[in-house]
Ligand binder design. Structure first.
Ligand code: COA
Length: 392
């Protein structure tokens, strides 16, 4: 089969809810990463075949095909098309899969794939909440869905608790993992590990221009005790604001090209997309998909967890990666080695492309071969990707 390569991967540093990026229009957030890819790779903007952007809350500033709108805000010519995909929290990863599949099928050679989410401007759940106010019914009001899953609200918070319960993940384990997320993130910044992926931005804070180059949610002074002291979101539960992913504003994108484009444009690959899988899982568990997605991608490739040098499993809630690690026999020391969404934030539609960049650059830094990315997604789906480092 033809190969698809990642040439470069970039992201903005995450902004906290109502923080540094909260006033940056989502199209402009997307343009920042698109322009950075053009600048860094030197690719001629006219040869970009398509732009595929993930976005979850497609309402207000994020509606009307954000993937296309962000092109109009960028240096790309308006002859480049664009599309927006919603695979919930894995939207950015799905965008990369679609790009890779286009390239592997021979229909396109140069595709930008990524994601955008300004969660301050377009809060999570706002498409449903605003529609409800306008008198529209919920997607779950379907007669057939209600009959098939009686009484289920498909809430990710319920799902997070269920994952902890089913896989025996304790509050202590969750809190320790959340604390480590901050510590690993701080170490990664101190050692410059994120330098390759983060595009520093000038932002205005209280009337002053500052350089935004570090994820704003990161708590360098986090303590395990403070995390342990947080009240659970649900009476009797184990999930807290500390061991859940943070609301975040941000964008991320990768340049995906064919072998032909590599040669034609003299590009150097960072990674090769070795395999892709996507599954549906029990929607009442909501967040369990990464486990069957990982099993499927291993069955597909003949590789095993032992062949993976590192893995990124989105910290939507700490119970997801910890349950995943137990179920697939993963080594927790190779899991989210530079921290995750509990410390650095989870800008929904952007997270897949953000984590892909983190995975690819860390794999290269370590001189490893294979890395795995998997993300849980609303309503019970999950994507998994295995990439191979091309710079060993
Ligand atoms: C969990 C959630 C509801 C918390 O939202 P929030 O209450 O606005 O979060 P905050 O950051 O204000 O944190 C709440 C409190 O916990 C504290 N806190 C959070 N993380 C902490 C940490 N690591 N250490 C110490 N204190 C912490 C905050 O300081 C704050 O304290 P305060 O009330 O005294 O100011 C929100 O982050 C969320 O919805 N996350 C999940 C998003 C999601 O569903 N994504 C999709 C995944 S499937």
């Amino acid at each position: 089969m033809a190969n698809a390569y990642i040439v470069d991967a970039v992201r903005t540093a995450g902004g906290r809810r109502n923080g540094r990026l909260s006033q940056v229009h989502p199209s402009d957030l997307g343009a920042i990463v698109i322009n950075a890819l053009l600048d860094r790779t030197g690719i001629d903007p006219n040869v970009v075949d398509d732009v595929i952007m993930g976005c979850v809350s497609q309402i207000g500033p994020q509606t009307f095909n954000l993937g296309r709108a962000t092109i109009l805000a960028s240096r790309l010519p308006d002859s480049v098309p664009g599309v927006t995909v919603d695979r919930q929290c894995g939207s950015g990863q799905q965008a990369i899969h679609f790009a890779a599949q286009a390239v592997m099928s021979g229909t396109q050679d140069v595709v930008i794939a990524g994601g955008i989410e300004n969660m301050s401007m377009t809060p999570i759940g706002s498409p449903m909440a605003i529609a409800e106010k306008a008198g529209m019914i919920s997607p779950f009001a379907s007669k057939e869905i209600s009959a098939r899953y009686p009484g289920c609200s498909f809430s990710q918070f319920d799902g997070a608790e269920k994952m902890a319960e089913k896989y025996g993940v304790t509050r202590d384990e969750l809190d320790d993992f959340a604390y480590q997320s901050h510590m690993k993130g701080a170490r990664a910044f101190d050692n410059g590990y994120f330098k390759n992926e983060i595009i520093p931005m000038e932002v205005t804070v209280e009337g002053k221009q500052v350089l935004h180059a570090e994820d704003e949610g990161l708590r360098r002074n986090a303590t395990l005790q403070a995390i342990k002291d947080l009240k659970p979101l649900r009476e009797g539960g184990v999930i807290t604001a500390g061991n859940a992913s943070q609301i975040c504003d941000g964008s991320a994108a990768v340049l995906v090209v064919s072998e032909k484009a590599l040669k034609q444009y003299g590009l150097k690959p960072l990674a090769r997309i070795h395999a892709m899988a996507v599954v549906g899982s029990d929607p009442t568990m909501v967040l369990e998909g990464p486990i069957p997605a990982t099993q499927k991608i291993f069955a597909q490739t003949g590789l095993s967890i032992k062949d993976m040098d590192i893995y990124e499993v989105n910290e939507a809630f700490g119970s997801v990666p910890l349950a995943w690690a137990k179920a697939v026999g993963a080594d927790v020391s190779k899991l989210n080695v530079n921290g995750g969404a509990q410390a650095l934030g989870h800008p929904l539609g952007a997270t897949g492309a953000k984590l892909m960049g983190t995975l690819a650059y860390e794999l290269r830094r370590r001189g490893g071969r294979y890395g795995l990315l998997t993300i849980c997604e609303g309503l019970g789906t999950a994507n998994a990707t295995i990439i191979e480092n091309m710079d060993r």
